[in-house]
Design a binder for this molecule. Structure first.
Ligand code: ADP
Ligand code: MG
Length: 371
């Protein structure tokens, strides 16, 4: 991973130190915007560290949990239990029960264990503190070896809440920053991939520059790679001899921002439908902001059109809040001018026209809409 040598070295160092001396380890926080290589660095570092541990006959396991997917403390512990005890059944078990099972399995095997909590800021501050506290208590209650914790966040911190609710409030933590990539760094990253993926000479320098510059707006390698991949697909479809700047320009027009690219696959069906309903409304009116009541009505209409039962009001609220946490919608209490208080919903700075088409594609992929 070009331009992530320092971050990788530091992460590997942390993991190896933990494997050798778990009791003296402190949690590590990786932070930076979407697409800056946090998850990939953690994955690669885990791989390197576990090979190193094996060579030294140290027994150390790893589990990576995506909190955007797992959603709740129960979901996160279920994910960890699946790593610790792959064939055990934990679905529907109470949270305490799963924690106990994890603790027991690990003491039986006497392994040290590192948990990578990815996309932790999706959980919101209170839940974040609760998860961290829980994971730090599992070892105390059931075994002697503490977990190694790697927490990955876009922004924010894990030292949230009070010292009473969050044991990390005052504890020392390690921290590694992942700054947005600049144009030059993105060019290197994209070129390395292009050399692996393409025949020589199909990616002219101007096209590479254009894509790198565009992705540098968000500092995201995810966006850069997505643009490169889509441009190549388009060129291939047209049986062109090379990927032109024209291909790249057309693709840029309808590619989503990096946070949306990452989040869409993790959405539940009804979250996706709500997002689609919201963007249908945004498209129909300017400025792009609607009340929650209006959105709920449109959501009901879309559900009826697809032949699906609509969810209840409180659930819809929960979905809108999740979409807000993921940065896919923006929610705001209405100010003066409207009678009573209501929540207004608008689009964050997404790439306008792209969104509706992309959401439609996602709905088709899930067969919620007839193709
Ligand atoms: N320095 C890098 N070199 C090569 N590929 C990278 C680099 N940084 C990120 N990527 C690629 O960009 C995409 C997003 O990276 P990821 O680690 O998921 O970012 P984050 O977790 O910070 O959102 C992945 O496909 C990853 O392989
Ligand atoms: Mg990530």
């Amino acid at each position: 991973m070009p331009h992530r040598e320092d971050q990788l070295r530091q992460t590997v160092h942390f993991l190896q130190r933990y494997a050798l001396d778990p009791k003296r380890s402190r949690p590590l926080v990786l932070s930076g915007p979407s697409g800056t290589g946090k998850s990939s660095t953690a994955r690669l570092a885990s791989l390197i560290a576990s090979q190193h541990a094996k060579k030294n006959r140290v027994n150390c396991g790893f589990a990576a949990i995506n909190c955007q997917k797992a959603r709740t403390l129960n979901g996160i512990l279920t994910g960890i239990a699946n790593f610790v005890h792959p064939f055990g059944i934990t679905t529907g078990l109470p949270t305490d029960h799963i924690a106990k099972l994890i603790g027991e399995k690990l003491s039986e095997a006497s392994v040290s264990f590192i948990i990578v909590l990815d996309e932790l800021d999706f959980l919101g501050e209170a839940a974040r503190a609760a998860v961290v506290k829980y994971l730090m208590d599992v070892p105390l209650n059931y075994r002697s070896t503490p977990f190694g914790l790697v927490c990955i966040l876009r922004e924010g911190d894990i030292r949230v809440g009070s010292a009473r609710t969050n044991p990390l409030k005052t504890a020392p933590t390690g921290s590694i920053k992942f700054p947005p990539y600049n144009t030059n760094e993105l060019r290197d990253i994209l070129l390395e991939r292009a050399e692996q993926a393409f025949l020589p000479g199909v990616l002219p320098k101007q096209t590479l520059d254009l894509i790198a510059e565009n992705a540098a707006g968000e500092g995201s390698a995810r966006l850069g790679l997505e643009l490169l991949w889509r441009s190549a697909k388009l060129a291939e479809q047209e049986r062109a001899r090379e990927i032109s700047t024209g291909h790249a320009q057309r693709v840029m027009h309808y590619t989503l921002a990096t946070t949306s690219l990452e989040a869409l696959p993790n959405l539940g069906d009804h979250e996706l439908i709500i997002l689609y309903a919201a963007h249908s409304l945004f498209k129909a009116q300017a400025p792009a902001s609607v009340s929650i009541g209006k959105l709920e009505k449109e959501y009901g209409r879309v559900c009826a059109k697809f032949g699906l039962g609509a969810r209840k009001h409180t659930q819809v609220w929960g979905y809108v809040r999740s979409l807000g946490t993921m940065g896919l919608l923006r929610t705001q209490m209405s100010g003066k001018g409207q009678r009573g208080k209501t929540t207004n919903i608008s689009a964050p700075g997404l790439r306008g026209e792209a969104v509706l088409a992309e959401l439609e594609k996602a709905l088709k992929r899930r067969r919620l809409v007839k193709v």
